[in-house]
Design a protein around this ligand. Structure first.
Ligand SMILES: *[C@@H]1O[C@H](CO)[C@@H](O)[C@H](O)[C@H]1NC(C)=O
Ligand SMILES: *[C@@H]1O[C@H](CO)[C@@H](O)[C@H](O)[C@H]1NC(C)=O
Length: 266
């Protein structure tokens, strides 16, 4: 065998060994961790709260609807959360984003995971003049709030060597028809958080950022807002499976996660 062939075989072998012995996610590592989940009243955010609580984490959930949050927190406690509470807030308001981080600091004394998941949805509309005034709200909720929460939480995350999970969408990578403002807000997240990762590195802050690109997921809102655009059978991936993958990818400090059953069908 020639030297180059030996090298090739050795390289393939090394890659295989690295793959077999790669770090595996241990859900028990989540126990006692301090977590913020936004958009947690329903869908993926709600399921994320349950996964963290099942592992015995300390979790604060937020969304706008207090009555629903109350039920989520009750279930969280039943599932074994070390601590769970909610704050009904509007992520369109900067002062609300600050209040969330401050309260987590007060109650937990620090933070390990910041899961940015909430959205204001305005899809399924052809672009036009009537859409302009809603653009501000979409940008404020879907983009500015993510930036603000990450910024307020940075000192705590730097101390804990914590993680930020940014829940985005295929529409943040590939412009989706009938979603221009939503798509733009998701694109913005990748620009910002990709750059912020360098900032953390320059400042020697060991904070991981995971960008989660998810496809159509079977949540009430996604199905409702995509009516007439996507076929219902595309929504076969459950919020529960998606939430687990987000939890895992964020904890494993992966840079980018693509998730959808049968992603190749997209
Ligand atoms: C943020 O400001 C709004 C409007 O002034 C107010 O209604 C809301 O209660 C404030 N949020 C917090 C958490 O104080
Ligand atoms: C989506 O979930 C609903 C129940 O929540 C179910 O009836 C439906 O079959 C699911 N869709 C797909 C494509 O699996």
């Amino acid at each position: 065998m020639s030297f180059s062939k030996v090298l090739l075989v050795a390289t393939i072998g090394a890659v295989l060994i690295a793959f077999i012995f790669r770090d595996k996610f241990d859900p028990a590592s989540i126990k006692g961790k301090r977590v913020i989940v936004t958009g947690a009243s329903t869908g993926i955010g709600e399921q994320m709260a349950y996964w963290y609580c099942k592992q015995g984490a300390r979790v604060v959930v937020t969304a706008r609807r207090e009555a629903v949050l109350q039920q989520v927190v009750e279930k969280c406690k039943d599932l074994g959360a070390k601590e769970a509470f909610y704050m009904p807030l509007d992520m369109g308001r900067l002062n609300d984003t600050e209040a969330l981080v401050k309260e987590a600091e007060k109650r937990f004394g620090g933070l390990d995971f910041l899961i940015l998941n909430h959205i204001y949805s305005n899809y399924n509309h052809l672009w036009g003049v009537d859409q302009i005034d809603r653009l501000q709200k979409i940008i404020d909720v879907n983009f500015r709030a993510y930036v603000a929460l990450a910024t307020y939480a940075t000192p705590m995350l730097a101390e804990s060597k914590g993680s930020i999970g940014v829940v985005s969408s295929v529409a943040g990578l590939i412009p989706a028809p009938l979603y221009p403002s939503y798509s733009a807000s998701k694109f913005a997240l990748h620009g910002f958080f990709g750059s912020l990762r360098h900032d953390f590195h320059f400042q020697q802050m060991d904070i991981s950022i995971t960008e989660h690109i998810i496809g159509p997921i079977n949540t009430t809102n996604a199905v409702k807002f995509s009516k007439g655009i996507f076929k219902p059978e595309m929504f076969s991936t459950t919020a529960e499976d998606t939430a687990y993958r987000i939890l895992e990818g964020t904890a494993m400090r992966e840079r980018i996660v693509f998730f959808q059953d049968g992603f190749s069908r997209l």
